[in-house]
Ligand binder design. Structure first.
Ligand SMILES: [Zn+2]
Ligand SMILES: [Zn+2]
Ligand SMILES: [Zn+2]
Length: 89
């Protein structure tokens, strides 16, 4: 685990392999290919998994929330600093 504080509860579905990983470094260790950023056109599809309740959120819903809409678990606000590693800008 790379970002393993209590608020690091989500996993991100990577567009390249369609698998969930908690962070880009986990993806890098497990996959032989480079990360493909999720295109803006796919932001409304499920792309974020809340590890606290198992709900899948769209990227759009995740980016608009500071906590999980289903279970109110807080998201790590510092993840916003790394969005450019996951989502097309
Ligand atoms: Zn991948
Ligand atoms: Zn990681
Ligand atoms: Zn949740």
């Amino acid at each position: 685990m790379h970002y393993a504080t209590a608020v690091d509860i989500i996993a991100i579905r990577f567009a390249c392999c369609d698998r969930y990983y908690p962070c880009h470094a986990c993806h890098e260790e497990a996959e032989p290919h480079p990360v493909v950023l999720r295109p803006r056109a796919e932001w409304d599809a499920p792309g974020i998994l809340c590890g606290a309740c198992g709900t899948e959120l769209s990227v759009t819903a995740y980016r608009a929330s500071e906590s999980c809409p289903a279970c109110s678990a807080d998201f790590n606000p510092r993840c916003r600093l790394h969005w450019d590693r996951y989502f097309e800008q």
